[in-house]
Design a protein around this ligand. Structure first.
Ligand code: PRX
Length: 655
């Protein structure tokens, strides 16, 4: 990890929210933002208690915050239920017949989608209760972990809310992960239940989810029951006694299921993410703090208003899906649009077609998608009327100013504010983001901290740096939706997040603040790579490669990539008796797909005779990045053990 970072990006364009937008929004001016933010920092307990009082509690808290660094407890002593807040509270407020979910499946023919489903808040509650009773009937109890491996259909939301309703913690696995990744996560979470589907539709074909689950379960007998949703109708093997169809599991179940009063700090979910070691981390989020943080950030960042039709394109397998498709969105009583499939099916106009047909007002997506649309060209956009949009968001990686401008001009008609939201699986909620009616935006910056967030740029000792000095992005005060730990690994929590900079949460990102105090994220400073907004640990990729019989050692580094933001370059040292070939390259790429998932396939696989290392044996990743990026080797190489290695690497075969 290095803390001297240089940044050459200069951006002077500033975009003010329109007076029209500001007038109608929750936070109407910078003065308004500043006064709220100052209060939230000076007196966080009263600020967050006020937000919490907008929600439903079976019992209110005795104390707002109990902070014993690095362990936080929020709303101590309170009892609540997040599914109750997302459903019953909305119905009690008169939204029973309002739309909760509008779903569009991927299949498309004759100029239209083949499947659109709508669920009101009341219908959604009925489905959640019915499925919650089905979960109970297969033996799921409060405190159990339930693994979810589903396509982006309403049943995914139903399953998550059903778990929350009865107090089981879910562990959602993105449908793009391989069977090996399922096995690892099931074992780590000690999960006895999996909810999956026969398959899902993706890019004009189907993804065989149940098959991956079957494969995963060959390696563990932990799982006692698998519920299988019939989605594509493809044939699947059902193991008697273990596997049950969703429609059979809910048959005859009542749609009445009281919500379990959960303790504020009861586990809500575990979500696995990559870190700088080979083993994915099960990030733990608990009930009340996460509920209040996602509720308030959804309300203010997206400026939710009564008639909004809100679309966040993230899959529920990622934190963005958890916080801003499901919990934050439904807890604000908004109409949530969900799309099952790929942005380019049947062609690159699908998203714009959806926005026009469903009159989407708020659209939240990732820079990698925006870059793909830019490349596809404007013809796909121009055919559609996007005038329903009033606000747009970006998440997952730094958005480059060209992509920001394209989004602003061509999707937002230079009219819609853009909220570039910086946050993490660990933070649970937006941490640095414009507040759309208040914050002037600049292309490429996530701007200023959200309420209650004390973000800063510091050196390794925690000293705050001056304007435009690059350093480590830290958070200096606890916030309600912060992670509470790593499942099964309490020591790693402390070491990973609270030991690099004394007394502060270290995000793993490098950043700078400009003269206006705006945060410019420069990317990860640890061994984590952000590919198309998906976080991958290089150590994880390396151990997948070394598991191949031909590989003695490997090093994986991130390299700039026009579409994905970052791509992956894998340097591979072969065992004696094996020789480099295109066939072996393909095998290694398949190995990664098998162990992790196809989305993690490297962009380059390069064979080398040795890796450049420091005298203490650490791989010099900076040099490998330069080699893979094609720039040759610059900088200080005096700590290299073997200088010859570099020359051989540069000349090595490129994939
Ligand atoms: O490096 C930052 C980048 O994504 C990391 C978090 O990844 P993950 O936990 O998978 O969550 C992604 C969705 C919240 C961060 O450490 N990142 C996320 N959003 C932004 C970003 N980098 C720059 N700008 C953003 N808006």
């Amino acid at each position: 990890m290095s803390d001297s970072i240089t940044s050459s990006l200069q951006e002077h364009r500033v975009f003010q929210p329109s007076p029209e937008f500001s007038r109608r929004s929750h936070v109407k001016s910078m003065d308004h933002y500043r006064s709220l933010w100052t209060r939230s920092i000076d007196d966080p307990e009263s600020f967050w208690a006020e937000a919490a009082r907008e929600l439903h509690w079976f019992k209110t808290w005795d104390k707002v915050l109990d902070w014993n660094e690095p362990y936080a407890k929020w709303f101590v002593g309170a009892k609540t239920n997040l599914a109750y807040n997302c459903l019953d509270r909305q119905i009690d407020a008169g939204r029973g017949n309002s739309t909760a979910i509008i779903f569009e499946g991927e299949p498309y023919a004759d100029g239209k989608p083949l499947e659109i489903r709508k669920l009101t808040y009341r219908q959604l509650r009925d489905e959640v209760c019915q499925f919650a009773n089905a979960l109970k009937s297969i033996g799921v109890k409060k405190g159990d972990r339930v693994t979810i491996y589903l396509p982006m259909t309403p049943e995914a939301v139903v399953t998550m809310l059903a778990c929350a309703r009865i107090g089981a913690a879910h562990s959602v696995i993105f449908g793009g992960f391989s069977s090996q990744a399922i096995t690892d996560r099931v074992i780590d979470a000690q999960s006895h239940f999996i909810i999956t589907a026969d398959g899902g539709y993706r890019r004009g074909t189907t993804v065989a989810l149940k098959k991956s689950v079957d494969e995963a379960l060959k390696a563990t007998d932990l799982v006692k029951k698998v519920i299988v949703l019939k989605r594509t109708g493809e044939s699947v093997n059902m193991t008697p006694g273990r596997d049950v169809w969703w429609h059979d599991a809910i048959a005859g179940q009542s749609n009445d299921c009281p919500a379990e009063p959960m303790d504020a700090e009861d586990l809500l979910f575990v979500l696995y993410t990559s870190g700088s070691t080979g083993k994915p981390k099960g990030i733990q989020h608990t009930t009340a703090g996460y509920m209040v943080g996602t509720y308030l950030s959804t309300k203010y960042t997206f400026d939710i208003q009564p008639n909004d039709i809100y679309w966040c394109t993230a899959d529920i397998g990622w934190i963005t899906g958890h916080s801003y498709v499901v919990y934050g969105a439904l807890n604000n009583g908004t109409a949530v649009f969900m799309y099952e499939g790929a942005p380019n099916y049947p062609d690159f106009s699908r998203f714009w077609d959806i926005i026009e047909r469903h009159k989407i007002t708020i659209f939240y997506t990732a820079p990698t998608a925006i870059r793909a649309f830019m490349k596809a060209g404007l013809d796909y956009v121009k055919k559609h009327n996007l005038s329903s949009l009033r606000l747009m968001g970006s998440v997952g990686e730094p958005i480059n100013p060209e992509a920001w401008m394209w989004y602003h001009e061509h999707i937002g008609s230079s009219r819609c504010p853009i909220v570039d939201t910086w946050w993490q699986t660990e933070t649970g909620m937006h941490m640095i983001t414009p507040i759309p009616g208040a914050t002037p935006t600049k292309p490429g910056t996530a701007t200023l901290p959200f309420f209650g967030v004390d973000a800063a740029i510091v050196d390794r000792n925690g000293n705050e740096l001056g304007p435009n000095e690059g350093g480590l992005l830290v958070i200096r005060k606890p916030w309600p939706a912060m992670l509470r730990g790593i499942f099964n690994d309490p020591d790693r929590y402390k070491k990973q997040y609270w030991s690099d900079v004394p007394g502060m949460y270290f995000t793993g990102d490098g950043a700078r603040r400009d003269h206006d105090g705006y945060f410019w994220i420069m990317g990860r400073v640890d061994d984590v790579v952000n590919v198309s907004g998906h976080r991958l640990g290089t150590a994880e990729l390396e151990s997948a490669l070394v598991a191949h019989p031909a590989v003695a050692e490997s090093a994986v580094v991130g390299i700039p990539h026009e579409m994905k933001g970052q791509g992956l370059a894998a340097f591979v040292i072969l065992k004696s008796g094996y020789s480099a070939s295109d066939a072996l390259k393909k095998e290694l790429s398949d190995q990664i797909a098998r162990e992790i998932g196809s989305f993690a396939r490297p962009d380059q696989i390069r064979f080398a005779e040795g890796l450049p290392k420091t005298r203490s044996g650490k791989i010099m990743r900076r040099l490998l990045k330069e080699v893979a990026g094609g720039g040759g080797v610059k900088g200080d190489v005096t700590t290299l053990e073997d200088f010859n290695v570099i020359a051989k690497l540069s000349a090595s075969d490129e994939g």
